[in-house]
Design a protein around this ligand. Structure first.
Ligand code: NOJ
Length: 983
């Protein structure tokens, strides 16, 4: 969203400000779609789509011009190396493209293709550019952290003139079959083809060529200007290739000088027999990605990845948004495979689904669907990873090994966050804090948007409105609460501001194409951008956050990084010119999608070093992200709207983040733009209570809407949703831990939890919370009092609140009551999950509360679950200071044991662990307790080598409640082994 900045000295700035003002007042709630390119306006996208059309039109006579000479190929120690020759003219002239296929111990395979001539820097740059000559090859520095140890045991099963077959992966069940002419690679698992690179021969790597100046076109005489428009005579066919977008390209009044000429990389990838593909966030559309070129309900544009400040974004669209994760998973019954396209430049992805012609022998079975994808990036080398599954869990795990898993969060950060643009003063913040308490509504964090600063100069405070930030921070701290302040990457270009002086004098700003500090327009008016690709910039950035430098901040102050796509109001597509230069002389074009990550990384590093000797987990929220961002931040889905449609759209978006390795995700609860009516706001809190990142936020023009302002019954409804979230914090924290361990999503879609159940593959409006077995289907439609919920298996399911059992309905959709005061929420049999049932003001104040365990007995009479907890703040968990329990109900015995097999007595630790010794399992609720327990009054507990009895109460159920049992006042220490015998 734009707001008027300050007047600047130059006319251009004034015009820009007027444009900004105009856009502010001219908005209806619709994205300015025309501010952003369509494929045909992005030269390389159009060229590659045209290339694909040409290939498809030629059918089987299409000859892909890429081949490998067998004599030049070698395979040794898990690495296949060759040169791909690209034939570039009728005479057979070729260019050399070095290829490496690496087979990793982790089971992934990596395929990289570069261009020899650019590798050797043997090209000429135009316009005296200072840019690097190579294709960008440093994306891995930012995205990859492991999983690339080469598997020296990978072996060939065939070597011949036409190609080579390499077996690798678990028990050598994976195979890469590299075909030499035309070049393609087919990947198999257990002998069956899963996916193929260059299957349709659409691979295209635009090689370097010098610009051949053509004689200028004859000048038009007066009156001839619109000659083309008259279309009386067709224009003559241009000779040779269409170079119109090779050497420079204009859009929206900005011209990209493209000093290296055309250099796109494109490849088609076919997934055999796969009807569903998921991933490649960030887009506002369904989880199961749509076709982009024909087909029912298809989009007409490819999915685009070019991180952008797309305010008021449209829904059900392949349009780019703020972040990019180029990971795509393909799924069919019992099989998942994936591709990770490691490229940081503007990228477009076309998806089509092709039915194979029906095999007359496949009696009754429908024809197979292949999903065909076409990946097109503007620059960089071709670099991709192939995952062969076979389960969704295998893929997310392997991707987690590669790019890292979500960080263990600050415990407070999984509580509720209260934000708006803006809380206007320190008194305002204190008052909001008091009101939450007065109405007994829990929250953990209050946020300050850009207006807290002195004229948008970050690291300063507006001295009139925020006279005493420390006393504000202290009031919050008294109840264990935190403050998050925003710091954006644009630095106000103005006098008497040390931050800009230091940025300039240290040479740490992003440069324009001429090597001068780039100056653009953002919130503060004229601004410069810190170049966080530069290690020196990170060091400098760190210095700005020290408590004694950024005065007014304290131990409970944390950070929000916004506008880091980067958003540049007067730049092409609201971002930076592509020919801007970064550290290492890389063009912005090369690194654009990683830019946001480098910024929030610098902030993360800064938070690690605010004070000597203080080492705590940073909390940073980012708007822009790339693969790897999950290791160091949380994200939210940007500027949504207070509409029912946006409430609905947020769920597939957050699910998509989860399966794409970045599960610490949320959407602005209540909607950023506009004013939600009470029903919408209530439903949004009910849904938001299940976002891994749970924050209410509102635009500066939106009315105040802190939950306590709602009239009854809505205030109570929202308070209940918040308390529900808080009671389940132990389960959420455990789900974060699991995500941290193996990359698993925190909220999980049906295909991920039930990969065999085809009915669930397209469902993206309900989910499970971690491994708790809690199934949620938020209501996202106005006036609804019932909700349809899909049951993915034949386990028993119970209503979360009434314990009533749902009818068995595997693969069916059940209609359940969902009046405004209730959330459709169910418990799947077979799970045990932890809760803390005493409502308090903040997560911090619940830290040493006793636990409740909920045991939901499964069809077979068993149940199992976990609890993970640690101090929620330091890195001591890495030294073993944590509690990780497995709870199991088997036969008539419920046990708690260390999930990692440690002897609890051997675990040494500091004050947190000591305090936890006094934290107990207080209550155990057993859902689906057998009627044979009806007469039981007590059960036997064995804890710490001692036997005792504890009370059991059995409720046989009535019209409003299902049967259950409660074991009360158990008293066993949460970290200790114990067992309860029910027999
Ligand atoms: C844009 C962000 O998306 C929004 O959340 C924020 O309030 C504004 N910038 C102002 O900082």
């Amino acid at each position: 969203m734009r707001a008027p900045g300050q007047l600047m000295s130059s006319w251009s700035a004034l015009l820009c400000a007027l444009g900004v003002l105009f856009s502010l007042f001219s908005f209806g709630f619709a994205v300015k779609e025309n501010d952003f390119k369509k494929c045909h306006q992005s030269g390389f996208c159009k060229r590659n789509r045209d290339y694909a059309d040409k290939a498809v039109a030629q059918g089987s006579s299409w000859q892909a011009p890429y081949k490998i000479l067998p004599t030049e190929a070698s395979f040794k120690d898990g690495l296949f190396q060759a040169t791909i020759l690209k034939t570039i003219d009728e005479e057979g002239t070729t260019v050399e493209l070095p290829l490496t296929v690496a087979f990793h111990k982790s089971g992934t395979a990596r395929v990289t293709v570069d261009e020899k001539r650019r590798q050797e820097k043997n090209i000429e740059l135009r316009h005296s550019s200072q840019a690097r000559k190579e294709r960008y090859n440093e994306a891995e520095k930012w995205a990859i952290v492991g999983g690339t140890t080469v598997d020296v045991d990978a072996k060939t099963s065939y070597v011949g003139e036409t190609g080579i077959k390499i077996q690798y992966g678990p028990d050598s069940t994976f195979e890469a079959s590299i075909n030499y002419n035309p070049y393609s690679i087919e990947f198999k698992r257990d002998g069956s083809a899963q996916l193929k690179l260059n299957d349709r021969g659409l691979m295209n790597l635009e090689h370097w060529r010098p610009k051949v100046e053509k004689p200028p076109a004859p000048e038009k005489k007066e009156g001839e200007e619109n000659a083309e428009d008259k279309k009386e005579e067709p224009a003559p066919e241009p000779v040779g290739e269409d170079e119109s977008t090779w050497w420079d390209e204009s859009f929206g009044g900005n011209t990209d000088s493209k000093p290296r000429g055309p250099e796109s990389v494109a490849l088609d990838i076919t997934f055999f027999g796969y009807e569903h593909v998921y991933g490649i966030p960030e887009h506002a559309g369904p989880l199961s990605l749509k076709e982009t070129r024909g087909g029912d309900g298809a989009y007409t544009e490819p999915y685009r990845l070019y991180n952008s400040d797309v305010f008021e974004y449209i829904l059900d669209s392949p349009m780019t948004l703020y972040g990019a994760i180029p990971l795509m998973q393909a799924h069919r019954k019992d099989s998942t495979v994936a591709v990770f396209w490691l490229n940081a430049a503007e990228t477009w992805i076309d998806i089509t689904k092709a039915k194979e012609s029906k095999n007359p022998l496949s009696l009754g079975k429908g024809p197979k669907t292949n999903t065909q994808t076409h990946w097109i990036s503007e620059a960089g080398m071709m670099d991709l990873f192939v995952f062969l599954g076979p389960t969704p869990r295998d893929v997310t795990k392997a991707y987690g090994e590669l790019t890292g898993t979500t960080a263990m969060p600050q415990e407070f950060s999984i509580g509720y966050h209260q934000c708006r643009w803006n809380y206007v003063s320190d008194d305002d913040v204190k008052e909001v804090d008091r009101k939450f308490d007065r109405y007994q509504i829990p929250y953990d964090v209050i946020w300050l948007d850009i207006e807290y600063t002195d004229e948008k100069k970050y690291f300063t405070w507006d001295n009139d409105m925020f006279k005493d930030p420390i006393s504000m921070g202290q009031q919050l701290d008294a109840h264990g609460r935190k403050l998050v302040v925003i710091i954006d990457p644009h630095i106000k270009n103005t006098g008497s501001y040390p931050v800009i002086d230091e940025l300039k004098s240290n040479g740490l700003a992003i440069k324009n194409k001429d090597g001068k500090d780039f100056d653009g327009w953002c919130w503060p008016g004229s601004s410069m951008w810190v170049d966080c690709f530069n290690p020196a910039a990170i060091e400098w950035w760190k210095s700005l956050f020290k408590y004694d430098k950024f005065k007014g901040t304290m131990e409970n102050t944390w950070l929000w990084n916004d506008m880091n796509e980067p958003s540049v109001f007067n730049g092409p597509e609201v971002t930076m010119p592509k020919d801007n230069l970064h550290y290492g002389s890389w063009e912005h074009r090369d690194v654009h999608n990683i830019n946001g990550l480098t910024f929030h990384n610098a902030t993360y590093q800064a938070l690690l070093s605010r004070k000597k000797g203080e080492l705590r987990r940073p909390f940073v929220l980012t708007r822009s992200f790339y693969s790897g961002s999950q290791r160091i931040s949380a994200m939210w889905t940007g500027d949504n709207q207070a509409s029912w449609e946006h409430l609905g759209a947020a769920i597939p978006m957050i699910l998509n983040q989860g399966i794409s390795g970045f599960p610490f995700a949320g959407a602005d609860v209540g909607g950023f733009f506009g004013n939600p009516e009470a029903e919408l706001q209530s439903r949004w809190y009910q849904a938001g209570a299940f976002y891994p990142f749970f924050r209410g936020h509102a635009h500066i023009d939106a009315r105040r809407r802190e939950p306590y302002l709602l009239a009854e019954p809505y205030r109570n409804i929202v308070t209940s949703a918040l308390r529900l979230r808080y009671s389940l914090l132990p389960s959420w924290y455990t789900a974060f831990y699991q995500a941290h361990q193996d990359g698993s999503p925190i909220i999980r879609p049906m295909y991920w939890t039930h990969p065999s159940n085809e009915g669930g593959f397209a469902i993206d409006n309900q989910f499970f919370v971690g491994s708790t077995g809690i199934l949620v289907k938020p209501v996202v439609e106005q006036g609804k009092t019932t909700e349809d919920v899909y049951i993915p298996d034949d386990e028993v399911y119970y209503n979360y609140f009434t314990y009533q059992r749902l009818p068995t309905a595997k693969g069916q959709t059940l209609t359940v009551d969902a009046p405004i005061e209730s959330i459709p929420m169910f418990m799947r049999g077979g799970h045990i999950f932890p809760r803390r049932d005493t409502p308090r003001r903040s997560a911090q104040l619940m830290k040493f509360d006793d636990y409740t365990l909920v045991v939901v007995i499964g069809k077979d009479g068993t149940a199992e679950g976990q609890l993970y907890t640690d101090d929620g703040d330091s890195f001591d968990y890495q030294k073993g200071e944590y509690i990780h329990r497995t709870f199991k109900l088997e036969g008539s015995k419920l046990t708690s044991t260390d999930a990692d097999g440690r002897d609890p007595k051997s675990i040494k630790g500091g004050s947190w662990l000591k305090n936890m010794r006094n934290v107990a399992v207080d209550k155990i609720v057993i859902i689906g307790a057998p009627t044979s327990w009806a007469d039981k009054k007590e059960v036997r507990l064995e804890a710490g080598g001692k036997q005792s009895t504890v009370k059991l109460e059995y409720f046989k159920g009535d019209a409003s409640r299902g049967p259950f049992a409660i074991v009360g006042r158990v008293g066993a220490s949460i970290g200790a082994d114990w067992a309860i015998e029910f027999a």
